[in-house]
Design a protein around this ligand. Structure first.
Ligand SMILES: Cc1ncc(C[n+]2csc(CCOP(=O)(O)OP(=O)(O)O)c2C)c(N)n1
Ligand SMILES: [Mg+2]
Length: 556
């Protein structure tokens, strides 16, 4: 080790992050993070983004990565802070977000005496990350950060965790910082693999495509549409539609499958081959004895997430490859092999869905929704249509609107891979904070964030960060004074309409007042006619605004 490079652990840590491409450090500091906060003075180009609770720290970083595709870094405070962060870390695991999460740790040896705030951090984080480690020697820090970045960014991507004891951060040593390693996973199958795939696809009489998140991560938004054209197959979005997985207005697009086992099965039963492209294979939410997958349905899977391949259902052809590169290789071979005959078949198969595709359903829904203009409290569908109609071309939509946003994806067309970001894992309390990261990742694009009032209250302090950074985010709170989805389910699963613990009416939550207290412009809206002007004004303001909209509460 060279003595020329004597450097304190805290400075090495930040220098290493920057060298791995990190531009923002999302965090919430405590005493054990003070070495890092101290070192930030020497790294003014690394932007520290303060979140006022650790779950928000991680959700902000998660949003940044989802809207940029970049590796992100975030830092939380020892055991209680890591504990707070775990719900958001679960979300990041679910979406495979490439993230380095660090936490300050009590000095080695001091921890043994069980001081305040101390507990073992690695076992806490381990189940939710690809790799969890504590740094025990300053000399190991570069190797650990380099490896963490490589592990997080190598597909299937995901979060990693590093515990940083105070003595490591404060110590000085002559260490080499080394260089970043990135594994090129933009691989395509062999020619033989492409041939086999082509043969199987052309053999199907009535295939369907299911598209998922690897369309976004591999930048295959255009290729997936070309593939649907070339194959002549209707395309569904996977059961958890948390991103822009297919251009909605393309004639092949049928919308998301949903998570009702019987309905999914009925939808898919008519096909003789399902082609999953970078998608989960019918991941469900609530248990139902009926299986969503039709009996003996042949399956083809393409993507980098081999854990998903054949996981729950046997897969006839599982191809590990980058979605974009694989489709690029596949499309010309398929066109050539299929020739004019297949082209005609493909054309006919796509014309056959022109009355049932997303465009057709969208037109019908818009007509039906227009009739709800005078409904008070404001109808969810009508609110969603106003939001969609108010969006500038480059806007991004964030969705944790739950029941009020039921129809959002039938109204909002995905037009580029970063145009839509939805809650993925089911763990609510993501969107207010994630919107901050999403906005920071694409600062030129206005963000409209649709959030249930219940979900909003899990992470409402994130409004402060949006206000502090003056981000162009319009938060639309869908205020039905309770957990409507839980009420709906108590009624439909148990026939019980005694909604204990599902209302917050006494007292009512004053979201406008809450937002103003955190430094944000805000407005309460009860009149449907006031929605559009308020949205237009909020989006045009270019700053953070919260609209507290009184929406329908009906259950059943
Ligand atoms: C972290 C977490 N805690 C609790 C739940 C259970 N849960 C799911 S939806 C929901 C209520 C959502 O309420 P709101 O955002 O107001 O939407 P609404 O149902 O009223 O449309 C709750 C409590 C969850 N999914 N995640
Ligand atoms: Mg609600």
């Amino acid at each position: 080790m060279s003595s020329l490079n004597r450097i304190a652990g805290r400075l090495a840590f930040l220098a290493l992050l920057k060298d791995e491409g990190i531009t923002h450090l999302f965090g919430n500091p405590g005493t054990t993070e003070l070495p890092i906060m101290h070192a930030l003075t020497d790294h003014p180009d690394l932007k520290f983004v303060l979140a006022l609770q650790e779950s928000l720290v991680v959700a902000m970083a998660d949003g940044y990565s989802r809207a940029s595709g970049e590796l992100v870094a975030c830092n939380v405070h020892v055991a209680p802070g890591l504990g707070n962060a775990l719900g958001s870390l679960f979300n990041a695991k679910f979406t495979g977000t490439p993230m380095i999460l660090t936490a300050g740790q009590q000095e080695q040896g001091h921890g043994l005496t069980e001081p305040l705030l101390y507990d073992s951090l690695v076992p806490m984080a381990a189940p939710l990350v690809k790799w969890a480690v504590e740094v025990n020697r300053l000399e190991d820090l570069p190797r650990i950060i380099r490896r963490a970045a490589k592990v997080a960014t190598t597909a299937p991507t995901g979060p990693v965790f590093i515990s940083l004891p105070g003595d490591i951060l404060n110590e000085e040593a002559g260490i080499e910082l080394g260089h970043a390693t990135r594994v090129d996973t933009a691989m395509r199958p062999t020619d033989a693999g492409v041939d086999a795939l082509t043969g199987r696809l052309l053999e199907a009489q009535n295939p369907a495509i299911v598209a998922g998140p690897e369309i976004v991560t591999s930048d295959a938004f255009r290729e997936i549409a070309e593939f649907a054209d070339a194959l002549g197959a209707p395309a569904y979005q996977q059961t958890i539609p948390y991103g822009a997985h297919f251009p909605s207005e393309h004639r092949a697009f049928m919308g998301a499958l949903g998570r009702d086992q019987k309905r999914v099965r009925a939808t898919l039963e008519i096909y003789d081959l399902l082609v999953f492209v970078g998608a989960d294979v019918l991941r469900m939410s609530v248990w139902d004895p009926a299986d969503a997958m039709p009996q003996d349905m042949p399956i083809v899977q393409i993507g980098l997430n081999d854990w998903e391949m054949g996981k729950n259902y046997p897969t006839e052809l599982a191809v590990r490859g980058d979605v974009k590169e694989t489709l690029r290789a596949l499309i010309p071979v398929m066109r050539k092999k299929g020739g004019a005959t297949h082209e005609k078949t493909a054309e006919a198969r796509l014309s056959a869905v022109s009355d049932t595709n997303w465009n057709a359903k969208n037109a019908a829904l818009r007509e039906k929704t227009a009739a709800l203009a005078d409904t008070v409290p404001i109808a969810g569908d009508w609110l969603m249509m106003q939001i969609v109609d108010s969006l500038p071309d480059n806007a991004m939509v964030v969705n944790e609107g739950l029941t009020t946003a039921n129809s959002l994806l039938s109204l909002l067309p995905y037009r580029d891979r970063y145009s839509y970001h939805g809650l993925a894992s089911g763990g609510i309390g993501w969107a207010i904070a994630a919107s901050v990261g999403i906005s920071l990742a694409q600062p030129e694009r206005p963000v409209v964030s649709v959030i249930g009032d219940g979900s909003a209250m899990y992470s409402v302090q994130a409004l402060w960060t949006a206000a502090h950074l003056k981000l162009p985010i319009t938060y639309v709170i869908c205020n039905n004074k309770g957990y409507r989805i839980i009420k709906q389910r108590l009624l439909s699963f148990h026939g019980n309409d005694n909604f204990i613990g599902m209302d917050f009416e006494d007292p009512e939550i004053d979201f406008s007042g809450l937002a103003r207290s955190l430094g944000m412009t805000a407005e309460r809206i009860e009149d449907p006619a006031a929605v559009r002007p308020a949205l237009d004004k909020a989006i045009a303001s270019g700053g953070p605004v919260l609209l507290d909209v009184a929406v329908e509460r009906s259950v059943g």
